[in-house]
Ligand binder design. Structure first.
Ligand SMILES: *[C@@H]1O[C@H](CO)[C@@H](O)[C@H](O)[C@H]1NC(C)=O
Length: 200
């Protein structure tokens, strides 16, 4: 894990900029090359955020928990960025990185989809050579989001996800409770978690 995080620090020098731009506890970045919220509406202790279209690389990982999913998945995604692509070139990436996770009967499942943002300036990213790595163009979407700015361990992270799910259910919010997303903006615990809104 340490090796991966050191690599992250080198690749994501602009994460320092991201750190300054934490929007009300939700780790959102206002730089052009970061994930940008189009709209933020404060709502109780979470936010409604609209994300613009953006491009990521993603890979599916079976793993016991989020931490091991990230270790396995990010390794593959960094390989893509470091010449593991048909152009044999370096592809510049940006924070955040993270996972999509799946919830069933109130339990986080042991499969994840690990992702990393590609900087928007790269208009035509080369195809991965690893068939398990995919380039995904994510459509504009609304999320309920909650931000954190302290280091939490695996168990606490999972508890925070389930707590957020319960809070949204209690508030009768229209959201898809089958999956969540956790985005990390630095290695010091700046993170946001979200559930997708299902209606406007
Ligand atoms: C929730 O998300 C899952 C996975 O993307 C999808 O298959 C399902 O149709 C969604 N459900 C609703 C109610 O939007």
């Amino acid at each position: 894990m340490l090796r991966i995080f050191l690599t992250v620090s080198v690749l994501f020098w602009n994460q320092l900029a991201a750190q300054d731009a934490v929007a009300e506890g939700l780790g959102l970045c206002e730089k052009d090359d970061c994930l940008t919220p189009a709209v933020i509406i404060e709502d109780k202790n979470y936010l409604e955020v609209q994300f613009k279209e953006r491009r990521r690389i993603e890979t599916d990982v079976d793993a016991v928990d989020i931490k091991s999913a990230l270790a396995i998945g990010l390794d593959k995604l960094f390989s893509y960025a470091r010449c593991g692509n048909v152009a044999g070139t370096i592809v510049p990436l940006s924070a955040p990185w993270g996972v999509f996770g799946y919830v069933k009967n109130g339990e986080i499942q042991q499969r994840f989809r690990v992702f990393l943002e590609i900087v928007p300036q790269v208009t035509n990213p080369p195809e991965p050579t690893d068939p398990t790595v995919e380039i995904v163009t994510a459509p504009p979407v609304w999320y309920y989001g909650r931000g954190f700015n302290k280091k939490v361990d695996e168990q606490q992270t999972e508890e925070l996800v389930i707590q957020f799910l319960k809070d949204l259910e209690q508030d009768n919010q229209p959201f898809n409770s089958t999956f969540f997303d956790i985005a990390y903006f630095d290695t010091q615990g700046l993170m946001a978690m979200g559930f997708m809104k299902t209606e406007e």
